[in-house]
Design a protein around this ligand. Sequence first.
Ligand code: SF4
Length: 277
Amino acid sequence: MTANDDIIRSWAERPGRHIVNLSGGKDSTALAIFMRDKLPQVEYLFCDTHKELPETYEYLDRLSAYLQRPIIKLNAQRGFDHWLDMYGGMLPSARVRWCTRKLKIEPFETYVGSDTIWSYVGIRADEARSGYVSTKTNIHPIFPFKEFGLGISDIERLLESSGLGLPSYYEWRQRSGCTFCFFQRSGEWVGLKERHPELFEQAKAYETERGGEKFFWRQRESLAELEQPERIAQIKAQHTIRLELERKRRPDQPLIDLVGAALDAEDDDLGCDICHL
Ligand code: SF4
């Protein structure tokens, strides 16, 4: 019996329900793969905003086939548009993030009720962040990657060995979540416009100006401004410079990681601990 076996046994012996919340991102997917044979009683959940990328839905279908388990989708009736109406058309933002509460946290907490929950979270051993921890006393977080000391290269290996690989949107975007997530970097918005022009148009259609107030996804500019050819050229040029710097700094790194680092070099908010795992 190894120390790792002891850890798994200690999880399995805890009375209550065991849940992995999926976001459609690489870390929570790798966690599901990691847990599959260790704890067969795990329930897999996905809080659907109804505004995810088609690549995300397809990736979750492939994951479900790999797990040979259903992925329970919450929010069947009420997606993003319902809550946007409830909030009077006020778009969510990093400061007023009603979307995460209404579409991720509350549906999860309602679904589990007062049951004792062991909630497995895909924060890696090489990450400083602590992740979202529920304020409900019946929901207890467990961090398997931290307990097993697994970092980014282990996560990539898990994804490769399962045959799932990285989500295909990683070629142009680093995060799971809504198509129009306000945490996106400029380069990711350009990626959305180029890969999914109809979804970019939908995101643009949410933006309005009322009574002198701007309801934009980005503070500094509207999407109509961002999509101007000269602005797109500028964004791409900046991205190329950052990518080259990353390539020189870490020549052995896979391109996909360099693209991520180049996007991360923008000084936006880091993202959402719940939506972007
Ligand atoms: S992905 Fe972004 S927009 Fe969607 S719920 Fe999460 S924080 Fe909000």
